[in-house]
Design a binder for this molecule. Structure first.
Ligand code: NAD
Length: 359
């Protein structure tokens, strides 16, 4: 029996989580998944109800659960709040509280969606890359930070900081994943300009000594961005810092057709994980039943694989998603001319039907 904290959050969060829970309910009823769900608040929804984007009740519930399934946070109505009360701070706070330092962001191109990518089919077909992003340090967390007035004008500043142990543990995460894949790690940095990246590179070289069968290469982040759109299939595992990983993984997501297809896992050293789609709360399409729920459904499958030791059920979910795409159903973000467009809720139902048909 596993206990999972469900945090829908804001914007399309409620709609996409509802579809993922249809899949969980089906597997609970028909495949002995044994998942108990606990519901909680985060982000703008939590602020509206409690005055805080990350209430203590949510942190306490997280500590009592085996995993977290999150939708997304953020929205226009909370943008003018004091910085510490904004929805995104709730999410950053939860990642930090649980020390979820290892963010796995797979970018896999479903062959059925090759024509939905903005890149040529031959460049992206067969793409299967894993970005391992450090998630609880670097410039998003470094001190000092702020905006202050100096010499009569406003001055904004942040600090890009990494300790050797923080680099070492994300390095080990990446190498362990590469061992189970094509045994290649590309470490992305900006060591030609930034001292923090010089240290990053030195430590990665040292970590690599524990994995002689895995090949380590290095790339500057500007070149990595270029290579991702030029020849993305050259990469197996890419390991990088919080900021660079944020940007590169959105770029990698678009190679696959839509940000609405990609799940992610954020793990701590004990394998506790928070699972969420890589996209945000998409306020521009919230409440219209048009958001793609597949990234969230695939986040459940990642949770089963990486935290709950249920790889067989993870395979079933992935096969069901594949079957629905094979049948030609698309949400509007992944549809090209002439394809059958369905809404968020219908897409959730179709995945459940595909699970039933497997059985
Ligand atoms: P976004 O990912 O929410 O949206 C970017 C674009 O992708 C939008 O056009 C949106 O409609 C589209 N999109 C996103 N998810 C989709 C889906 N499932 N199906 C179809 N289309 C989808 O990023 P943004 O617009 O930069 O940010 C919106 C809000 O989300 C902001 O408040 C931001 O801070 C927040 N955000 C939250 C997270 C998170 O919760 N992990 C991540 C990124 C951004």
């Amino acid at each position: 029996m596993s206990k999972v904290l469900v945090l829908p959050g804001d914007g399309i969060g409620q709609e996409i989580i509802a579809q993922a829970l249809k899949v969980v309910d089906y597997l609970n009823d028909n495949n002995d998944l044994g998942m108990e769900l606990v519901h909680g608040l985060i982000g703008g929804a939590a602020y509206d109800e409690t005055g805080l984007p990350l209430p203590q009740t949510t942190i306490d519930a997280a500590h009592q659960c085996d995993s977290i399934l999150l939708g997304a946070v953020g929205g226009y109505q909370w943008e003018s709040l004091e910085r510490d009360l904004r929805p995104e701070r709730g999410l950053l706070g939860l990642r930090a509280q649980l020390d979820l330092f290892s963010n796995l962001r797979p970018a896999i191109l479903y062959p059925q969606l090759a024509s939905a990518s903005t890149l040529k089919e031959e460049v992206v077909s067969g793409l299967d890359l894993m970005i391992v992003r450090e998630l609880v340090s670097g410039i998003y967390f470094g001190q000092p930070r702020g905006i202050e007035t100096r010499d009569g004008e406003r001055y904004g500043f942040n600090s890009a900081t990494y300790s050797e142990s923080e680099i070492r543990r994300i390095g080990h995460s990446a190498f362990k994943i590469a061992q189970k894949r094509d045994q290649r790690v590309c470490s992305v940095d900006k060591a030609n300009v930034l001292e923090v990246c010089e240290l990053w590179r030195e430590v990665m070289i040292d970590v690599a000594k524990d994995y002689p069968e895995v090949e380590l290469s290095h790339m500057y982040v500007d070149n990595a961005a270029m290579q991702l759109v030029k020849a993305p299939k050259q990469f197996d595992v890419m390991v990088t810092s919080n900021l660079f990983g944020d940007v590169l993984s959105d770029c990698a997501a678009m190679l696959t057709g839509s940000i609405g297809m990609l799940p992610s896992a954020s793990l701590n050293k004990d394998g506790f994980g928070m699972y969420e789609p890589i996209h945000g709360s998409a306020p521009d399409i919230a409440g219209q039943d048009i958001a793609n729920p597949l990234a969230t459904i695939l986040s459940v499958s990642m949770m089963l694989r990486y935290s709950l030791n249920q790889a067989v059920l993870a395979d079933k979910i992935e096969a069901a998603v594949n079957a629905v795409l094979d049948q030609g159903y698309r949400t509007q973000d992944i549809a090209v001319d002439g394809e059958r467009i369905v809404g968020t809720s219908k897409m959730g139902d179709l995945v459940v039907t595909a699970l039933q048909e497997q059985a």
